[in-house]
Ligand binder design. Structure first.
Ligand code: PLP
Length: 434
């Protein structure tokens, strides 16, 4: 069918060689592919990207989520160019940041105030600090397999080595102080009973519960998020939704609009920065006001500064992105595109007798290669990882790029993109059993 994406020019081979020497593992630390398929991105437009050799890919990775309008959307490019001409960064509060804050508050149900950061890692780290300051308690409950960026706190039990007894966690990176292990409580996603018993036992030491409302690609079981809301409200423990992925993706108002459960705070990033470095903590004014420098002398003041916080270029990209997302029918279209790909994948795997569970929602999903239902990290970890690697590589060989365990549909994926992707599924599925 499509080109063999493994054809490399001498120029790209040389750059790849350089990357291997100059960057640890030859990468930016985000995604690795099989050596013979390794490539360097030259550019992206709409739903497609091109490598340095000129091979074209249908892109379902989409920058790992931010590019909901596709690469180099003309309206975003125009807004960014205009902003760049007016200066790159000021440190002083800028006009575009205020305008974007206004849009975020209009869009996101829990948002009364906004604190900008530059990355999702930063936003989640700061949201947890804010909850600790507000509650004057130190422990935060997160869910096994949940990813909230790469701060020392967030990297607890993202990929634990074994089935630890809850709420015990394990640091999944070198260099994390052992002492922090005691400060994070770990619970199983989609298991309300176990989570409730952990909160019942520890509520008096707890600052917050942080959760991806759709964890990686595990959708919340009916009642799970509402249950979390009820338990945390009972003890007045702030509930933080990490909406770095789900914000402006599941719906304009994020997962809290889509699932109808409102947290006390949330973090947003990716889409709201239009592909530029921007993220934010949103939430209740009585918590967010603790960032106010006018109370810097008080013990509860939350200290958070950043040279590029609310950067005007990123805010311009965010404002242009949100304007398009407010147009009627946008979300129906993205959901419809994702559903076509998702349904086709389920059908084709079944026709080829490949055991698989489809997880997620239409706008972010993937399969796990297992015949058992998968609703959380432990279920997913029993799936066939080798088969996933063959699936991803088989697609990449055919010019279809996706995340290691995620498809990200966008507004600009076309009928032809969907057809090319489905044709690749048809070719790859029979090879999966190896
Ligand atoms: C749910 C979630 N939270 C936080 C982050 C961290 O965001 P960033 O990569 O901008 O630091 C990510 C990144 O993918 C994420 O998926």
């Amino acid at each position: 069918m499509t080109q063999s994406s493994s054809q490399r020019t001498a120029g790209e081979k040389e750059l790849l060689e350089k990357a291997r020497r100059l960057l640890p593992g030859g990468t930016l630390g985000n995604i690795t592919v099989r050596d013979d398929l390794d490539f360097l991105v030259r550019e992206g437009r709409g739903s497609r990207i091109w490598d340095v050799s000129g091979n074209e890919y249908v892109d379902w990775l989409m920058g790992s989520g931010p590019m909901l309008l596709g690469h180099a959307h003309p309206a975003v490019v125009e807004a960014v160019v205009k902003a760049v001409e007016q200066g790159s960064t000021f440190f002083a509060t800028n006009e575009r940041a205020v305008l974007l804050a206004e849009e975020l508050i209009k869009a996101v149900p829990c948002a009364e105030q906004v604190r900008f950061t530059t990355s999702g890692t930063d936003a989640c780290f700061i949201a947890m600090r804010a909850a600790r300051a507000y509650r004057n308690r130190e422990k935060v409950l997160k869910f096994e397999g949940g990813f909230h960026g790469t701060s020392d706190y967030a990297l607890m039990s993202v990929t634990p080595s074994g089935a630890l007894e809850f709420p015990q966690g394990e640091a999944n990176s070198g260099g994390i102080p052992k002492a922090l292990q005691e400060l994070m409580l770990i619970a199983p996603f989609n298991d309300l009973n176990t989570t409730e018993s952990i909160i019942n036992a520890h509520h008096d030491e707890m600052a917050a519960v942080i959760v991806e409302p759709l964890q990686r690609v595990f959708a919340p079981q009916p009642g799970f998020l509402q249950g979390l809301r009820d338990i945390t409200a009972r003890y007045e423990i702030p509930l933080i939704f990490d909406e770095i992925v789900t914000g402006f993706r599941l719906a304009y108002g994020g997962a809290q609009e889509f699932y109808g459960v409102i947290p006390d705070m949330c973090t947003v990033g990716k889409i709201m920065g239009g592909g530029y470095p921007l993220a934010a903590v949103l939430g209740r004014a009585d918590i967010l006001s603790m960032f106010d420098q006018r109370s810097a002398s008080s013990e509860e003041w939350i200290n958070q500064m950043g040279t590029l916080n609310g950067n005007p270029i990123a805010c311009a990209a965010g404002l242009a992105t949100l304007e398009i997302l407010r147009q009627p029918g946008v979300y129906d279209r993205i959901h419809a595109t994702g559903k076509k790909v998702k349904d086709a994948l389920v059908r084709i795997l079944a026709e080829n007798q490949v055991p698989a569970q489809m997880c997620g929602e239409n706008v972010v999903f993937d399969v796990f290669f297992t015949d058992k239902p998968a609703i959380n990290y432990r279920d997913g970890s029993l799936a066939d990882g080798q088969m996933m690697a063959r699936f991803n590589a088989g697609l990449l060989e055919r010019g279809i790029l996706k995340g290691t365990q995620k498809f990200y549909p966008s507004l600009v994926h076309t009928e032809e993109d969907v057809e090319r992707t489905i044709a690749a599924f048809e070719e790859v599925a029979p090879t999966l059993k190896g």
